[in-house]
Write a protein that binds this ligand. Structure first.
Ligand SMILES: [Zn+2]
Ligand SMILES: [Zn+2]
Length: 108
């Protein structure tokens, strides 16, 4: 059986924190997660992702951030971003695949 998240915290320190039903846990930074967006547009042309605070915050929107999320069926989650993007549907297996923790990075 594929692992499924038991909890997704959108505003954890450092990004989105996901706990899996097999006990695994990891925090995905917003910039990382946004760059991994699996939608056709972003796969075609990697998004420009702002991860640093704007030196002139009044002109910009600030660094990338998740503003909301919706679960899609029993297999995926869709994130809404503060850059207006919301078409990326991250399947649970994809999220697990891109897990940024050291343990998973060493495996791949
Ligand atoms: Zn996208
Ligand atoms: Zn991991």
């Amino acid at each position: 059986m594929d692992p499924v998240p038991t909890s997704i915290k959108l505003a954890a320190p450092g990004g989105v924190a996901i706990t899996w039903n097999d006990g695994h846990q990891a925090t995905y930074s917003y910039g990382y997660l946004r760059k991994q967006c699996p939608c056709a547009t972003c796969r075609d042309k990697p998004p420009e992702v702002k991860t640093e605070p704007d030196p002139f915050p009044i002109l910009g929107k600030g660094p990338i951030k998740v503003t909301g999320a919706a679960q899609i069926g029993h297999y995926a989650v869709q994130f809404n971003w503060n850059d207006g993007h919301a078409t990326g549907i991250y399947s649970f297996s994809y999220l697990r695949e891109i897990c940024p923790c050291e343990q998973c990075r060493l495996k791949s």
